[in-house]
Design a protein around this ligand. Structure first.
Ligand SMILES: [Zn+2]
Length: 83
């Protein structure tokens, strides 16, 4: 089990993907419906990707996978994302 970080650990990644500062954006969990500032998500940096989990229920809200120079993000665990 790798150590859990908070959403600030993916601030740079979010900036690359969304083109702006996203740690203060609010994501809504698709499983429990709680809204969290992205900086509060529980982040695990692990190969081959990075996951950000809901701090309330542990649902995976964001998955980042790096392929060559492209970083892909899967937001299926997120019901809403408001910057
Ligand atoms: Zn949740």
């Amino acid at each position: 089990m790798s150590d859990a970080l908070d959403g600030n650990a993916i601030a740079g990644l979010l900036r690359v993907i969304f083109g702006s500062e996203m740690t203060a954006a609010v994501g809504t969990c698709a499983t429990c419906g709680s809204a969290s500032v992205l900086a509060e998500l529980v982040v695990y940096l692990q190969a081959p990707g990075t996951v950000a989990r809901c701090p309330v229920c542990g649902n995976i809200m964001m998955v980042f996978v790096r392929r060559r120079e492209l970083t892909c993000v899967d937001l299926r665990g997120m019901a809403d994302l408001a910057a």
